[in-house]
Structure formats: structure tokens, C-alpha cells
Design a protein around this ligand. Structure first.
Ligand code: GRF
Length: 218
């Protein structure tokens, strides 16, 4: 069966890009990366794309007069690449309503919190400050509002009393690298439907009653 063609949009170090690169190396993995785009020249993720021999481009938003012009350039590269699904992976630009709605359910994002809590930036410090016992990460379809859209997959991690933003970020990031390829796989296998802005996944079930932090027995 033909593999789903992905474009991955980045702004930084690209560890989530790397997790997708590695997943796509699996012969049975139903997707392949056809294009990497960074809006920041010199982003670490570009080096990862080069190492993997992937077509990559820089579309520096500061070089454009308007967001419209920036997005027209993005559009051109995406169209020529033949990408069928756009994966935002640490892409730090907001995309316009027009860009997002034109693509329907063909843009996904990964965010390092359990959405809909802690949208936006500085999420780990805000989670610690709020005293939550769990945090995590979310892969979701993109909608015009920031960090909104039907949730495809989430992973939960405990927050410990001695965590700082860096230790929590590292714990969450490990899970990001698991759930992003997983969400792509579900989409590529055509197992996902969005109904009333909720994602229904065919043949998936969970068998965990609960996770409690602090643990009731210690
Ligand atoms: C990740 O934590 C992702 O969830 C967020 O930005 C970070 C990007 O990290 N949107 P990387 O560039 O993929 O390493």
C-alpha cells in the first residue's frame, strides 16, 4: 500500500522530527517524510533532515512582508512536495485561519501538555506552579485557535515534588517521541474519524483502570 506522505514543519532542535524519521525507517511504517520545512535558518532539525537525506527548506518568516506572503511560499513548497499530512513539530509560528481551514484535518501538532490545559508557552513551569500531579503531551488536529483541535493521542507522566521545568520537560519529551509516530500511524492506516470534533479510533482500546500520584501504597 502507498505510504502517507508527510511534511514536517519545525523551528528548532527537531527531536520530534527525529522520532518521525526513525519511525518512517521501519519497513512496515505506513508513512514517509517527503519534505521538512523550518522557518528558522540554522534550526538543529535541518541537520537531522540532511543526515536522513530528506528534502528540506527554510522559509524564514522575517523575510516576508506579511503572513499571507509567508504562507503562500509555504503553500508552494508543500504543494510541490506532494505532502498529504502536515506535522507541526515544534513549529513556533501561528498559521492563519485561511491556511488551516483550507487543509481540513490534514495538519496535526504535538503539544507538551495534557490539552486543553496549559495551552501556549512555558507549559512545564506553569504545570509545576499549578501543583498538578500529572502532566503529559497531546497530538491533535490543528484548528485556527492555538493548541486547539480534536485530540488524537495523549500520554501522561507524573510530576514529582522535586521537578523543575527541565526535568519535567525531559520526561514529557520521551513520551512525545512515542505518541507522535503513533498518531501518524493511526491516520496513515485510515483508522481515524473526526465526529463532532472528537476523534474516534477504530480498533483501539485501553485497559488501565487508573494511575494515582502519589501512589496509594508505598
Ligand atoms: C516539543 O516539546 C513540542 O511538543 C513543542 O515544542 C517542542 C519541540 O521540540 N511543540 P523538538 O524541536 O521536537 O525537539
Amino acid at each position: 500500500m502507498a505510504k502517507l506522505k508527510l511534511a514536517v514543519l519545525i523551528s528548532g532542535r527537531g527531536s520530534n522530527l527525529q522520532s518521525l524519521i526513525e519511525a518512517c525507517r521501519g519497513l512496515d511504517f505506513p508513512a514517509e517524510i517527503v519534505q521538512v520545512i523550518s522557518n528558522v535558518s540554522g534550526a538543529g532539525g535541518l541537520e537531522r533532515a540532511n543526515q536522513a537525506g530528506l528534502p528540506n527548506a527554510v522559509v524564514d518568516h522575517t523575510a516576508f512582508k506579511s503572513r499571507d506572503a509567508f504562507e503562500r511560499d509555504l503553500d508552494g513548497i508543500l504543494d510541490r512536495s506532494g505532502a498529504e499530512l502536515i506535522c507541526l513539530a515544534g513549529f513556533m509560528r501561528l498559521l492563519s485561519d485561511k491556511f488551516v481551514t483550507a487543509r481540513g484535518d490534514r495538519i496535526i501538532n504535538i503539544h507538551p501538555s495534557l490539552l486543553p490545559t496549559f495551552k501556549g508557552l512555558d507549559v512545564h513551569q506553569r504545570a509545576i506552579d499549578a501543583g498538578v500531579r500529572f502532566s503529559g503531551c497531546t497530538v491533535h488536529f490543528v484548528r485556527p485557535d492555538m493548541d486547539c483541535g480534536p485530540i488524537i493521542a495523549q500520554a501522561v507522566v507524573p510530576v514529582y515534588g522535586n521537578d523543575d521545568a527541565a526535568t519535567l520537560a525531559a520526561r514529557v519529551l520521551k513520551q512525545e517521541h512515542i505518541i507522535y509516530p503513533l498518531a501518524v500511524k493511526f491516520i496513515a492506516e485510515d483508522r481515524i474519524t473526526v465526529k463532532n470534533e472528537r476523534v474516534i479510533i477504530e480498533n483501539s482500546s485501553i485497559n488501565v483502570a487508573s494511575t494515582i500520584n502519589p501512589p496509594p501504597q508505598y
